[in-house]
Design a protein around this ligand. Structure first.
Ligand code: SF4
Length: 366
């Protein structure tokens, strides 16, 4: 039986080489269909580098919807990079609480101080210079350079990777093809409007070229999309083999006395660095919950609460056993500890994991 080349909705066969994607078509689509985001400049206006940088740091590993309230709150409280640089780190960390990946908040503050105190409050325009700032990696440098300064570069986030993988039918999982994807994206760049182009690719990935059921009928790049022309949009990006996250365990100790709870501050570096916590053990794969009491911050009648707290970090899952105790009077001194009135726990800027612990212990309501 003769083999028939696959037909796409556009009626082309997979044997035909797709034409080059037309960046002008994408820009026209963007002018009609761009998302209205609080950190974006209005059409024809220049973007504010501070807003672009702030939003891009917040958007690392975080959704647009989760970022919006934090972006508004930060901008209202610290409307310029100089204001953010002058703020105490502790206040910035508290304002960041709940957004996760807390190293970003420390780097955000360090970066603001570098820009404000060493660069006269002016963000560098070049991708290479931006890369030298704390917390600014290749993606963020490209995004700020392109969006704030129209530098000729494309910021390749997860949405853009998906679009490019489909456009060029890249036959490897994204994590193996990152360099290729960046290079292919760069070949699409038009001579002008780099910032709009990068945001157009992001918007296309977020609203049209979605992970499931992409709306190729609405896509300005469909005539040049290899995956669509082959009728194989769902096959791209090629799925990587799933690696299970390792499970770590640990314990947290919730002790209350006279209407206050014992908290401490985690070391500045590492997981949840600088954030408030209920005294906790290290989180380890080989942690033995039956020996957890040996890590308690003081002698007390510790009671294990039913049901562990589960939390997922980027590289591991955590199961935290919770122990609770009530003391008739607080000890006069506990190294690195402080007693926080229960009514003020919500002002402590607890990270999400510790909020879950507080909820499980009945100290705050969900
Ligand atoms: S044609 Fe379809 S698969 Fe290709 S880029 Fe557009 S939305 Fe994505």
């Amino acid at each position: 039986m003769p083999r028939v080349p696959a037909k796409s909705s556009a009626g082309r066969s997979s044997a035909e080489k797709p034409p080059r994607p037309d960046p002008r078509a994408l820009l026209s689509w963007y002018d009609r269909s761009r998302r209205d985001l609080p950190w974006r400049a209005a059409p024809g206006e220049r973007a504010d580098p501070y807003s672009v940088w702030l939003s891009e740091i917040m958007l690392q590993q975080t959704t647009v919807e989760a970022v919006k309230p934090y972006f508004h709150a930060f901008l209202a409280r610290w409307p310029s990079v100089a204001a953010l640089a002058a703020a105490p780190l502790e206040e910035v960390m508290k304002a960041w609480a709940g957004l996760g990946y807390y190293a970003r908040a420390r780097n955000l503050h360090a970066c603001a101080q570098q820009v404000a105190f060493e660069r006269g409050g002016i963000f560098p325009r070049e991708e290479g210079d931006l890369l030298s700032l704390p917390g600014v990696g290749p993606y963020t440098a490209a995004a700020v350079a392109a969006i704030a300064f129209d530098a000729p570069c494309v910021a390749v986030d997860g949405n853009v990777e998906r679009v490019v993988a489909r456009l060029f039918a890249i036959d490897r999982p994204i994590r193996e093809a990152k360099r290729d994807l960046r290079e292919q994206a760069q070949t699409l760049l038009p001579a002008a409007r780099s910032g709009d182009f990068t945001q157009a690719l992001m918007d296309l990935g977020a609203t049209v070229c979605t992970p499931r059921a992409p709306r190729c009928d609405l896509c300005p790049l469909a005539p040049a999309c290899a995956a669509a022309l082959r009728g194989e949009t769902e096959r791209f990006p090629v799925k990587a083999q799933k690696l299970d996250k390792p499970l770590r365990r640990g314990a947290a100790f919730v002790v209350t006395s006279g209407g206050a709870a014992l908290l401490r501050t985690r070391p500045p570096r590492g997981l949840l660095g600088g954030m408030s916590e209920f005294p906790s053990t290290p989180f380890r794969v080989d942690f033995d919950p039956s020996r957890a009491r040996a890590h308690a911050p003081m002698a007390a009648r510790w009671k294990e609460l039913p049901g562990a707290v589960e939390h997922v970090f980027t590289h591991f899952s955590l199961r935290l056993t919770i122990f609770a105790a009530t003391l008739p009077a607080p000890p006069p001194y506990i190294e690195n500890g402080r007693w926080t009135p229960l009514a003020r726990l919500s002002e402590e800027g607890l990270p999400t994991l510790m909020r879950k612990v507080a909820i499980r212990a009945g100290l705050i309501v969900e």
